[in-house]
Design a protein around this ligand. Structure first.
Ligand code: CUA
Length: 331
């Protein structure tokens, strides 16, 4: 019976471990950043210490079970409690704390180093407003999308003017709270290219779980090209459908909440849409498979409950279709 339980347990572990540590770029155990590597190292040290304690406890148990009964040489219960319950845990905890606490300052960062890239991130309901200094003094604003040059330090300034959020890209660094009325900082130092996922790690309301973002780490040259392209104003729509969409966008008042640089739309309540068509997840922050801009425009609340954007189903299918075509062309 016991053997069968072990086999079932091993089978469950065999399924869980690859799923939780596998391909999803959301694992602290597959570090792709300097801080994430430090955290992973701490984890493995602590796991090794825990394994030692576990083996020692099992060994002690085995000794107790096999030892002849009623032998006069048994250690006194007080000695067992003092040694196993006080001295051993104190030494182990002292070693772990002594090894880790002095390094916690490595993660604190309030002043950006000279050539660090500076990015501001604000927690909104429920999306991420990301602001970069662009080329020629332009400010580049994105939603739910960060792009970082590999091997270079990015200094992130975090804020929130609504509730507490927490910024976390497990593969690249630790997490930190975004507290209304305060500014917090985090350093991201990606060590390899790729696309990673970020999440909000503090329950902040109805769509907290949908408050995700992409972090795309690229070569420095690719980053420079990208930021130059993002700094440019929106290109005028080329297709007939998108041109009709631009008109519908303007007439429907979308510009009072959204900015499209280079046009009359200068709203700042919602995300900047200047290059929304080139973004992952269309800026909605939902899994790519459910990206349907028209469905989003019709009833944002269906896809992201509690979203501040009102429903625009009343505009009718043809106008929504045209607006979606326009937004997709904003690349
Ligand atoms: Cu924002 Cu949870």
């Amino acid at each position: 019976m016991i053997v069968r339980k072990w086999i079932v347990g091993a089978a469950v572990l065999a399924v869980i471990v690859p799923v939780s540590s596998g391909a999803a770029p959301l694992s602290t155990l597959e570090p792709a950043g300097v801080d994430a590597q430090r955290i992973a190292n701490f984890f493995w040290w602590m796991a090794a210490a825990a394994a030692v304690v576990w083996c020692a406890a099992l060994g002690f148990l085995a000794y107790c079970l096999r030892r002849p009964h009623a032998s006069g040489t048994a250690p006194s219960p007080r000695r067992v409690i003092v040694t196993g319950g006080v001295v051993l845990p104190s030494v182990l905890l002292a070693v772990l704390i002594g090894g880790i606490v002095p390094h916690t300052n490595d993660f604190v960062d309030t002043a950006a180093a000279g050539d660090a890239l500076r990015v501001r991130v604000a927690g909104e309901q429920w999306w991420w407003r990301v602001q970069y200094p662009g080329a020629n003094g332009a400010e580049v604003e994105l939603a739910n999308h960060l792009r970082l040059p590999v091997g270079r330090t990015t200094h992130v300034e975090l804020s929130s003017d609504n509730v507490i959020h927490a910024f976390w890209v497990p593969s690249i660094a630790g997490k930190i709270d975004m507290i209304p009325g305060r500014t917090t900082y985090l350093t991201l130092e990606p060590t390899r290219t790729g696309t990673f996922r970020g999440v909000c790690a503090e329950y902040c309301g109805t769509s907290h779980a949908r408050m995700t973002f992409d972090v795309v780490v690229v070569e420095p040259d690719d980053f420079d090209r990208w930021i130059a392209a993002e700094s440019a104003p929106a290109r005028p729509p080329a297709s007939t459908g998108a041109r009709a969409g631009a008109v519908a966008f303007a007439e429907s008042g979308c510009g009072s909440c959204h900015t499209v640089r280079g046009t009359a739309a200068v709203g700042v309540i919602g995300p900047d849409l200047t290059h929304v068509g080139g973004r992952h997840g269309q800026g909605v922050g939902l899994p790519h498979a459910s990206d349907d801009l028209e469905a989003w425009l019709r009833h944002p609340d269906d896809l992201k409950p509690g979203a501040l954007m009102p429903p625009f189903a009343a505009l009718g299918a043809p106008r929504l279709h045209a607006i979606a075509a326009y937004l997709r062309e904003l690349r």
